[in-house]
Design a protein around this ligand. Structure first.
Ligand code: AMP
Length: 291
């Protein structure tokens, strides 16, 4: 059985003890319904830390009104089995009322980048993310923390918060784990019907095609890569809404589709997409270094 810590106090005491013993602690924050993407973060943590802590907390403040907080997939029994197999050292499982006690009033807002891309469609989402991640850092006090590049904007927001607030943690961003057909693994993929699921790899296909245009220098402006992605997404029978699909500066997240590719020579750019398939929102991205 994996050791479970159910309150922030118990978690802090556990971590303080390990800290005094000189142990390094890796934290993998999750919302549960674990899949191989989560497990890859655990493996990365185990490779470079003495101890690995996983948190499971479906964070209400990062869901906007009308989103899927209530029906977000939860599979506690399945998660426990996977965590035991993965060999973690502790599971932090706080209750909502412990993380947000009555009268909770302090939020972290990472200005600018939080309002772009997903932030433009999910009001308050990144404030919820930054706040809960800061709380997890203060509770678990990890030396290292692991996040998936699948949620690229989340990585950029957390990196900025850690830098701006001088939080003493080393961040690691890990590659996206995909299904055999390229679909990025996500707990929300279970919402897709079998027909929608067949169409869902179109996101990754669009990213790969646009990425080739860039890496093989077959374009002048990034706009050509953005148009190619849009065209492919529009050809899908199941995509009901394209929220964004373009080329972005990998740090500021500015849309750079009107810029010449040559102005980014040698630098990484982010190709990123968000669509709805039926009522399910899917995101994906690729980071490409411009030749
Ligand atoms: P979530 O439970 O969806 O909040 O995700 C917890 C962590 O797992 C986040 O850092 C995600 O970016 C990461 N993650 C989710 N899906 C994947 C994936 N397919 N590959 C790698 N990391 C992932």
């Amino acid at each position: 059985m994996v050791e479970s810590l159910k309150t922030p106090d118990a978690m802090q005491q556990w971590s303080q003890k390990k800290y005094k013993m000189g142990k390094t602690v890796g934290l993998v924050p999750t919302m549960g319904a674990l899949h191989r993407g989560h497990i890859s973060l655990i493996e990365a943590s185990k490779q470079e830390n003495d101890l690995t802590v996983v948190s499971i907390f479906v964070n209400p403040t990062q869901f906007s009104a009308g989103e899927d907080f209530e029906k977000y997939p939860r599979d506690f029994a399945g998660d426990c089995k996977k965590l035991e197999q993965a060999g973690i050292d502790a599971l932090f499982l706080p209750k909502t009322s412990d993380m947000y006690s009555e009268g909770f009033a302090t939020y972290i807002e990472v200005r600018g980048i939080s309002n772009r891309l997903c932030g433009a469609y999910r009001a308050g989402h990144f404030t919820g993310v930054a706040t809960i991640v800061a709380k997890l850092f203060n509770t678990v006090m990890p030396t290292h923390a692991y996040f998936g590049l699948k949620d690229y904007q989340q990585c950029v927001v957390i990196r900025k918060m850690v830098s701006d607030l001088n939080i003493p943690v080393t961040l690691r961003f890990c590659d996206t784990v995909r299904e055999h057909d390229g679909l990025a693994m996500s707990s929300r993929n279970t919402y897709l019907t079998s027909e929608q699921r067949l169409d869902a790899p179109i996101l990754y296909k669009a990213l790969c095609k646009a990425s080739l245009l860039i890496s093989e220098r077959r374009l002048v402006k990034f706009r050509e890569a953005a148009s190619l992605m849009q065209q492919l997404l529009k050809s899908s029978a199941h995509i009901s809404e394209i929220q964004y699909g373009s080329v972005y500066d990998s740090e500021t997240l500015d849309d750079i589709s009107e810029q010449d590719a040559s102005s980014y020579s040698g630098k990484p750019v982010a190709l990123a997409i968000a669509v709805k398939i039926g009522s399910t929102r899917l995101i994906d991205n690729l980071i490409v270094t411009v030749p």
